[in-house]
Write a protein that binds this ligand. Structure first.
Ligand SMILES: [Ca+2]
Length: 357
């Protein structure tokens, strides 16, 4: 109906040849509106695609775990769409950050990728998707050496109770009534708070997590440390030392020799305490938490029992968990104790060597 004819411009205006001039104006307006509408549609789809890429997928791929406090996760960071409530204390697989060092973590929730604020929980990196063979520091600051934890947990075992449920472990098959661990506490681990697998390759993490501890690289300690460790940690026979080193010790900031020297000294202090003699004198008998706490405070001082939790399984005392400040070489346990806030068993039996007895 209306045609703009090139080459007929007069004074910079086009001459229009229309059959009906009024219809021509309407047609031009509709044409203009159509172009505007088409541009709007194109812009809408382009922004949808771009926003979808930015907010639905991780921009900086990672491998890790995310422990939740109490939060919701969303499909879109910006619009907080499709919120789901996360389960406190559950650990979710972390697959990305919104950018390197970003504030939002992409986690797997029932198979779907969801965004959650990093402050909602504790992110533990176990590697990066971009280069699985490259050692990666395992803290919240990707690419930087982890800052040593301020606080640690010292886990010491009553080995006969462990052997009740792990009878086929070499260290349990070898255990007799005259073994060191029949009447002494043993080292389970010395764990820096909130960190694990620092600078450990993804392949070694996999070996560790699947219990293939024997294939982890041997740890480097001097002969004296190795000898003492095999005494206070019977699990060395099952390569527990390698598991503890790669999962926890690598985040200590010291080498394996220095790290285990400190752990050994702390266990020796427990075994020189009234708690050890209380246990040794009550093998096969039941102790109350109050009795254990009293013995603990007799050695370490009034009020220190708050640093210790007595753990049990099927009524048997399994572990003492002791909350401490980051220990330095030569520091005494009594200087390091801090309140733990954990839970304890009220009554425990001190298990003798031998399964079922
Ligand atoms: Ca037993």
């Amino acid at each position: 109906m209306c045609r703009i004819t090139a080459g007929t411009a007069v004074n910079n205006y086009y001459t229009e040849k229309c059959l009906v001039k009024q219809l021509c104006y309407i047609d031009r307006v509709l044409s203009y509106l159509g172009i505007v509408f088409m541009r709007f549609i194109i812009a809408f789809f382009l922004s949808f695609l771009l926003l979808g890429q930015q907010f639905s997928y991780a921009d900086f791929p990672i491998q890790g775990r995310f422990s939740i406090n109490d939060c919701q996760a969303y499909t879109s960071i910006r619009s907080k769409s499709q919120p789901v409530s996360l389960k406190p204390s559950q650990v979710y697989q972390a697959v990305g950050l919104n950018k390197e060092g970003g504030d939002f973590v992409s986690i797997k929730v029932d198979g779907a990728n969801k965004w959650v604020n990093k402050n909602c929980g504790q992110l533990t990196l176990t590697g990066t998707n971009s280069d699985n063979s490259k050692p990666t520091p395992n803290n919240n600051n990707t690419g930087t050496k982890p800052t040593p934890s301020e606080n640690y947990l010292l886990a010491i075992s009553w080995q006969p109770a462990f052997c009740e449920t792990h009878a086929n472990k070499v260290e349990c098959l070898d255990e007799t009534e005259t073994s060191y661990d029949a009447t002494n506490f043993t080292l389970h681990g010395l764990w820096p708070d909130k960190l694990s697998y620092c600078g450990v390759s993804a392949s070694d993490i996999k070996k560790d997590e699947t219990g293939n501890w024997k294939d982890l690289p041997p740890i480097s300690t001097d002969a004296e440390t190795a000898s003492e460790l095999s005494k206070v940690m019977p699990g060395v026979k099952s390569y527990l030392d390698r598991h503890e080193w790669y999962k926890h010790g690598t985040c200590d900031g010291r080498n394996a020799d220095g790290y285990f020297d400190i752990a050994i000294d702390l266990v020796k202090e427990i075994n020189a305490s009234n708690v050890r003699s209380l246990f040794a004198q009550n093998i096969g008998k039941t102790l109350s938490l109050a009795e254990v706490q009293k013995a603990y405070e007799k050695t370490f001082g009034p009020g220190t029992a708050k640093s210790m939790n007595l753990k049990c399984s099927n009524g048997l005392a399994t572990e003492l968990r002791v909350k401490i400040k980051r220990p330095l070489a030569g520091q005494k346990l009594g200087e390091l104790l801090i309140p733990s806030g954990g839970t304890s068993c009220d009554k425990v039996k001190v298990d003798p060597v031998g399964v079922g007895t």
